[in-house]
Design a protein around this ligand. Structure first.
Ligand SMILES: [Zn+2]
Ligand SMILES: [Zn+2]
Length: 433
């Protein structure tokens, strides 16, 4: 039996089944158990997002072709674009770091904006073909890797670091990056994927009215269980399009009738994969902090800076707020993220029930702040790209930066593979008794 209902949703964070009320513009529906926003009413979502995405596309081009900043010292000038920073890192033998910087500063924002534009144009005449759903999925997957705001802070820290040595002139590119941050944030706020999915044609034919079936099954189970979750009802949420359907079976839930994605009650191997990624991140954290991330060379003088000595240098040069920001982003956040995820995994494995609301808040915090640890990778990239005044002075990336980048990527992937619904799942024995 196919079951689906547009007005019933399972919370993505705790799996609780709930009816989504009709929402006016600006209204939000929160999960009563864990507090996650499960739906929000958005006025004219598609046209607004389309306008913002079109503006973002123009600004993105500007941000990429115009210089971010220029530097002049002892009668020499140099300037860099985003691509210039990437190419410099590549030529210095930091290919992996260069690719990561390219991904977070150029590729992911470009894909996100381009896919969002295509999707919004394609769904103007519903039903849109199914490939639109696949593009929407890619648009959402590329969003967390678009770290334009982290890059901006990285550029600012790089400017302060260089300001002692030379005169730095902010370029047009920097203002374009600032505008791009605003536009990307506005796109995220105004976009409504539920509305877009509703306009995409289904894999298994058109939807059937199922409101009565949904009402009946929910009422029946709500009576004998205080907290009806999708899992207990044999319902499953599609990880791609968010559709709630009745699963084909306990062991194999089948595939999503709307978008065709393979369904799973919980992310496959969530615990094992997250542990593996976390252990790898913890191993990389050691060389990331011990090896130098930046080597400065001047005639008769050479210096190798680790992350920590870079922080101290910033502090001594009088910019203690920036020193604090770099310290928190580079040293505290990665370590806190590894410890917090290990704690969440351990409590899930020991089936702890106490403190669930606190643990889900901890998980959300990890997801939000994790990206900021990319900061130092951007700082190194732009300092290296700009300070090339041979033979007077030059800066090269150190071996530590690739380990540092690895820590950021591994912890981001670990947060993504972890399934927050595991925190809320009941003990199996408890359920039987
Ligand atoms: Zn919830
Ligand atoms: Zn689906």
């Amino acid at each position: 039996m196919t079951f689906f209902a547009e007005n019933i949703a399972a919370c993505p964070d705790c799996d609780l089944l709930q009816r989504i009320p009709a929402l006016g513009a600006g209204a939000q529906a929160r999960c009563p158990r864990c507090g996650r926003i499960v739906a929000s009413g958005k006025a004219d979502a598609q046209n607004r997002t389309l306008a913002l995405a079109a503006a973002a596309a123009i600004v993105l081009v500007l941000a990429n072709v115009t210089p971010l900043m220029g530097l002049s010292a002892v009668g020499r000038h140099s300037s860099t674009t985003i691509l210039g920073g990437v190419l410099k890192m590549w030529r210095e033998g930091q290919e992996i770091t260069a690719l990561l910087v390219a991904l977070c500063s150029m590729i992911a924002p470009t894909l996100h904006i381009a896919f969002t534009l295509i999707v919004l144009l394609a769904v103007r005449k519903p039903p849109a073909p199914r490939w639109v759903g696949a593009l929407l999925r890619f648009a959402e997957l590329s969003r967390p890797w678009a770290m334009v705001e982290v890059m901006m802070l990285g550029i600012l820290v790089a400017l302060v670091k260089i300001a002692d040595l030379a005169t730095v002139i902010p370029g047009i590119g920097m203002f374009a990056v600032g505008a791009l941050i605003m536009l990307l944030a506005a796109m995220t706020v105004s976009f409504d994927p539920r509305e877009v999915w509703a306009r995409i044609s289904w894999m298994d034919g058109p939807p059937l009215p199922a409101a009565t079936a949904a009402d009946g099954s929910e009422r029946k189970d709500a009576a004998d269980q205080t907290e009806p979750t999708a899992l207990r009802q044999g319902l499953v949420v599609c990880s791609a399009c968010g559709l709630l359907t009745r699963s084909a079976g306990r062991d194999d839930p089948g595939s999503c009738p709307r978008c065709g994605e393979a369904l799973a009650f919980r992310r496959h191997g969530a615990i094992q994969r997250t542990w593996a990624l976390l252990i790898a991140a913890a191993i990389c954290y050691v060389p990331a902090n011990l090896l130098p991330v930046m080597n400065t060379a001047m005639p008769g003088y050479a210096e190798a800076d680790t992350i920590m000595s870079g922080v101290i240098l910033l502090y001594e040069s009088g910019s203690w707020p920036l020193a604090l920001i770099v310290f928190v982003a580079s040293v505290v956040i990665p370590l806190a993220k590894i410890i917090a995820l290990a704690y969440l995994l351990a409590t899930v494995q020991f089936r702890r029930i106490a403190g669930r609301a606190e643990r889900i808040r901890l998980y959300r915090l990890i997801e939000v702040v994790g990206r900021w640890s990319m900061l130092d990778v951007f700082v190194v990239t732009f300092v290296v790209a700009l300070v090339q005044l041979q033979p007077f002075m030059s800066v090269e990336p150190g071996a530590g930066v690739v380990f540092f980048a690895a820590v950021v990527v591994l912890t981001m992937l670990a947060a993504e593979t972890f399934d927050p619904r595991l925190i809320w799942d009941e003990n199996k024995n408890e359920e039987d008794s």
